[in-house]
Design a protein around this ligand. Structure first.
Ligand code: NAD
Ligand code: 44H
Length: 380
């Protein structure tokens, strides 16, 4: 069995590659990072270290392709693949869509067997977004057949994999915890037989619970942590003020999730508690800059801050004051090595915080814009 996986980065090697290996796949990693691809081909294996645990795991049965220099080989791999997965970042999905489209065009003309393409990104509707970009790139005469043959089931993936600072660039240190949920309703043909995947009919409650708890809390720790000048998530969470604000933010998203999806209150509180312990893992050092990366994406209308904040004020007619404070901290986030953080600060300087935030978040609710602007004012 062959898996083609786009993105040999942290989650690609540290999570998806690991589960595909356990399931017996030969994994062809596709990336643009020459060091990673050459390393995969030269070493033919890599090591996963589980934070806080002694034993290591070795992943073998791997190959690497550089999509910039070997596009034809990538398309051939897609023709033979039994499953395709991605972990490249939401902003890269439209870029890989062209190669995926060309591979699927070839496949539909030579090997009509269905396969599934699973985007493992932190976003709502990731695989669906990839499907739309892929179909835009498919020749019109083949579009209907490609769409009928290939499934794009949405997924939620959860495992904290920080930036890596290891001697061997392939080695990856991860937290032991993981969750990979895939929706069955959009699958074509057989489900990929991966023991670590939890299949569910409807993904929305799972992806919203994950994004609006793990990632909202993480973003809160990162942006408030940066505000208080902390360098790692653990350092931020060791500051009682930040920890309390993270907790309060997760109470707001928790109310939304419980109201929308009827999660048990105690069960959800236990979920929050586990996540806070994960942020505090003493065996994992996660930089604030990684978790805070791409603030414009994180302030987008369907992402971890704005969507639950608007849902909260809509459902409860109350101000989501903790989420608003985290949004203000995100608007204050500065990092000259992060192009989105630089663009955000330029936009704020040029047009003021309200207009800059409104443009990114697409928020029309005047009361909420006012709330964010007030929080921002208090924090500057
Ligand atoms: N790291 C985590 O804790 C974690 C957990 C869950 C989900 N995710 C999600 O997984 C995705 C990847 O995150 P990551 O932390 O692994 O990032 P990463 O930067 O470590 O990995 C992304 C990889 O994609 C590669 N890439 C970039 N452009 C490409 C292209 N055109 N074609 C092929 N490969 C390309 C990069 O070279 C890099 O190796 C994101 O959507 C992220 O939100 C991350
Ligand atoms: O990957 P991002 O930039 O969407 O978010 C940063 C982190 O919150 C994220 O990578 C988490 O570590 C991960 O989602 C945990 O499952």
């Amino acid at each position: 069995m062959i898996a083609v996986h786009f993105g040999a980065g942290n989650i690609g090697r540290g999570f998806i590659g690991s589960l595909l290996y356990d399931a017996g796949y030969e994994t062809v990693f596709v990336d643009v990072n020459e060091t990673l691809i050459n390393g995969i081909n030269e070493q033919g294996a890599y090591t996963i270290e589980l934070a806080g645990q002694k034993e290591e795991k070795v992943v073998t049965n791997i190959a690497g392709l550089n999509s910039r220099t070997q596009p034809e080989a990538v398309k051939e791999a897609i023709q033979k693949a039994d499953v395709i997965t991605t972990a490249v970042g939401p902003q890269i999905l439209p870029i890989i869509a062209k190669t995926v489209a060309e591979g699927l065009e070839k496949r539909v003309q030579t090997n009509a067997s269905p396969i599934n393409i699973i985007a493992c990104e932190n976003m709502i509707g990731g695989s669906e977004a990839l499907r739309e970009s892929v179909l835009e790139n498919v020749e019109e005469s083949l579009r209907a057949e490609v769409d009928q043959t290939f499934g794009f089931p949405n997924a939620a993936v959860d495992r904290i994999v920080p930036e890596q600072h290891n001697e061997n660039p392939l080695t990856v240190k991860v937290e032991p915890y993981y969750e990979w949920v895939v929706e069955t309703s959009r699958i074509k043909g057989d489900r990929p037989d991966v023991a670590g995947i939890k299949y569910v009919e409807e993904l929305t409650p799972y992806i919203e619970r994950k994004l609006f708890t793990v990632n909202t809390g993480h973003a809160a720790a990162a942006y408030l942590g940066s505000y208080y000048d902390h360098k790692t998530i653990k350092q931020a969470m060791d500051n009682p003020e930040v920890k309390e604000k993270v907790r309060s933010t997760l109470q707001e998203t928790g109310e939304v999730l419980i109201e929308k999806y009827n999660f048990g209150r105690e069960e959800h509180q236990a979920y929050i508690n586990t996540i806070i312990e994960r942020y505090l893992n003493p065996d994992l050092s996660d930089d604030v800059t990684r978790v805070a990366r791409a603030p414009k994406r994180k302030l987008g209308p369907n992402d971890r801050l704005v969507r639950p904040a608007l849902a909260y004020s809509h459902l409860f007619r109350e101000e989501p004051k903790h989420l608003a404070e985290v949004i203000a901290a995100a608007l204050l986030y500065k990092n000259e090595n992060d192009p989105e953080a630089v663009a955000l600060q330029t936009s704020i300087q040029e047009q003021g915080v309200r207009k800059a935030f409104q443009e990114i978040s697409e928020v029309e609710d005047e009361a909420f814009l006012h709330l964010v602007e007030t929080c921002y004012g208090k924090m500057t």
